[in-house]
Each structure stands twice: as C-alpha cells, then as structure tokens.
Design a protein around this ligand. Structure first.
Ligand code: ATP
Ligand code: LTN
Length: 334
C-alpha cells in the first residue's frame, strides 16, 4: 500500500518487438487498471540476458519497449516506469530470495523446460533462476497485484510461495501478491497454428502481429490466418483458429463472444478476417503514432527515465534494507 492505493507491478522482457499477444494479455490491462492502483512498470532488461543479446540492438529494444509502454497510455509522470537494471536492489534481493527457493521448485517451471529445449546450446544458470529474479522484482515493491498473461501464472505462484516462506520465518515482511489474469486475451494464439501461443520469437512472420506492423501487413496476416473447417463464425473448442480471431476482435472492439457471433451471423470467414484486421489496425493506429513521436523526443524520454529511476530506487531500497536487517546482515554504519 502506498498512500491509500494498492500497488500494481508488472513488466516485460526487453527482447524483440511486442506482439498483439503481449498487448492484449498484459499491456492493455495495465492501462485499464492504471487509475485504481499505484503503478510500477519495469523494462525487464536483466531477464533478457538469459538469452544472448546483440548489445546495440538490445539497447534499442529496451528503449523501444519503454516508449511502447508510454504510447499505450501509461503516463510516466504519474506511474513509475523504469529500467530493472537501473535499480541494483533487484539483483541483491534476488540473491537473498534464491536462498529461500528450492531446486525442486525451479525444476518444475514449465518456462524453464521450454526455453531450455529451445536454446539447448545455452542452458545457463540465469535461465534456471529466472523466476527468483522475477519474485525479487515483485516483492521489492511490495506489490499487491501483478497483471500478466496466463503463461506467467506459475511464476506468480512461486513468487507467492517464496514470500510466504520468508514471512513464516521473519514475520510479515513481504506482501504476498495476486496475479491478475484477464478473462479475455490471456493467451492469444499464433495465427498460423492456433495450438501454439503467439510469440515474438516465432520464426514464421505470418504467425504474429507486431504492435508496430503497418496496416497492410496487419490486414494481410489476418487474411492468411489459419481457420477451421465449416464456415460459421462461432466460438467453440473445435474451432481454435476462428475462436482465437474472435477473442482478438472481442478484445479490441470491447465485445463478448456472444456479441461477436451475433455481429457476424451469416457472414463468411473472409469477411470476418477482414473485419478483424481492420479493427486491430484501427485500434493500434494512435499507439503507433504516439510511439513515433516519442522516439524522436529524446530529451523527454531521457528525463522520464532519469526521474523514474530515482523513484523506483526509493521504493526498492526500503524493502531491501528491511529484508537485509531481518536476515541478520550487518547494517551499514552511517
Ligand atoms: P517469448 O514468447 O519470446 O518467450 P513473450 O512474447 O512471451 O516472449 P514476455 O516478455 O515473456 O514475452 O511476456 C510479456 C507479457 O506478455 C507477459 O505478461 C506474458 O504473459 C504476456 N504474453 C506473452 N505472450 C502472450 C500471448 N500470446 N497471449 C497473451 N499474453 C501474452
Ligand atoms: N517473466 C515475465 C517478465 C517479468 C515480469 C516481472 C512480469 C519479469 N519480471 C515481474 C511481471 C512482474 C514475462 O513476461 N516473461
């Protein structure tokens, strides 16, 4: 709790460009929840290091992510939007929490298993302890709620377990956070294989809508999207392709599945796919325009980054000192 508002914390890895999945599963909800909470959003650049990065490209991606948060509607004057690597408390708390995490727990993480098989040549310790750093991110800010897509649910559960384990020994030190997983959009699927999550690391460009794709690409990708047998626009388990497109449409048009079915009653897949493409392109247009503006305003972004680094540091150091003291590390002499 900060003032009379609860704390919301979230972030994304600074790798590649955001997809429509990242947007509908996470970013869009951050904007919706924004007024209700005291909000802190990180550009999770330390997490990105678990996969090899090209330094210049990586720096660009991180800045682009920062600008996308702002372009999506998060005001950096009202919210704390900062770089994870600028607050050393993340790494420090992560070490301490690592001593309260069991290898058995980390062995069960599905993201680790998944990434380890995709990057078999670089199964590094960072990939393995990734959830501990994520727990440190969240617990450092005493977050009450963490809005994420459904693939992050397991990481939220381990965060809660670590916090409870720590509190059981040292008293009520860490806030145990709740995941906020949206009812619609929590798992947007690939446009080319509706059994697979839409992912920024997909090799097939047609599988993924990027937030910065131009209108023509968006329309073309939706036109080429894999659909199912039959011809009715109906939300059903045996129609994963159409159901995914309906979910996307519902999210951007603010409609539930019954309303979407009704709107496209008697219309074919072709007409529906065009409508989804247009709705998504229209929805993203203001965000894209704002993004372009921000990326040319170096002074403004730099000022916001500096100001928020200090703010984040201020929040983080309080928890860190408290934790250090509780575990018995010797206090600094002033
Ligand atoms: P990758 O697929 O390359 O591992 P990613 O696209 O999952 O990366 P992250 O930075 O791991 O990107 O995710 C950022 C946020 O977006 C998380 O809250 C995650 O749950 C959410 N998210 C990612 N993909 C989807 C998706 N397809 N549908 C809904 N939410 C998603
Ligand atoms: N692992 C997350 C990114 C992330 C995160 C966090 C999300 C790192 N630290 C703290 C919420 C809160 C992902 O989306 N891959």
């Amino acid at each position: 709790m900060l003032g009379d508002k609860k704390i919301l914390y979230s972030g994304m890895q600074a790798t590649g460009t955001l997809t429509l999945g990242n947007y509908l599963g996470a970013l869009k909800n951050w904007v919706t929840l924004n007024e209700e909470y005291e909000c802190i959003y990180g550009v999770m650049d330390l997490h990105s290091l678990t996969v090899r990065q090209v330094p210049a490209e990586f720096r660009k991606n991180a800045r682009s992510l920062y600008a996308l948060y702002v372009a999506a509607g998060l005001d950096p004057e009202k919210n704390c939007i900062y770089y994870q690597s600028h607050v050393s408390g993340h790494a420090e708390l992560s070490w301490i929490l690592g001593c309260f995490t069991y290898m058995g727990e980390l062995n069960r993480m599905t993201q680790f298993k998944d990434k380890a098989s995709k990057h078999a040549d670089n199964v590094n310790a960072g990939l393995y302890t990734y959830p501990v750093l994520m727990a440190a991110d969240i617990l450092l800010y005493q977050a009450d709620v963490v809005p994420v897509g459904v693939d992050q649910k397991q990481h939220l559960e381990i965060t809660r377990d670590i916090a409870q384990r720590f509190n059981a020994v040292y008293g009520d030190v860490l806030t145990v956070p709740e995941a906020y997983i949206p009812k619609a959009g929590a798992k947007i699927m690939s446009l080319q294989d509706p059994q697979k999550k839409m992912s920024k690391s997909d090799e097939n460009a047609n599988a993924t809508i990027l937030l910065l794709d131009d209108r023509d690409s968006i329309l073309r990708k939706f036109k080429r999207a894999v659909t199912d047998s039959g011809s009715e626009v109906r939300y059903a388990a045996d129609k994963p392709g159409i159901s995914n497109l309906m979910e996307i449409y519902g999210c951007v048009a603010g409609k539930d599945m019954a309303a979407v079915e009704q709107e496209f009653d008697g219309k074919g897949y072709g007409e529906f796919k065009t409508a989804v493409g247009e709705a998504v392109a229209d929805h993203l247009k203001p965000l894209q325009a704002r993004y372009q503006e921000l990326m040319t305003d170096k002074a403004y972004l730099d000022a916001m980054i500096k100001q928020n680094d200090e703010k984040a540091q201020g929040y983080a150091v309080k928890t860190l000192r408290k934790v250090q003291k509780k575990v018995g590390l010797t206090e600094r002499i002033r």
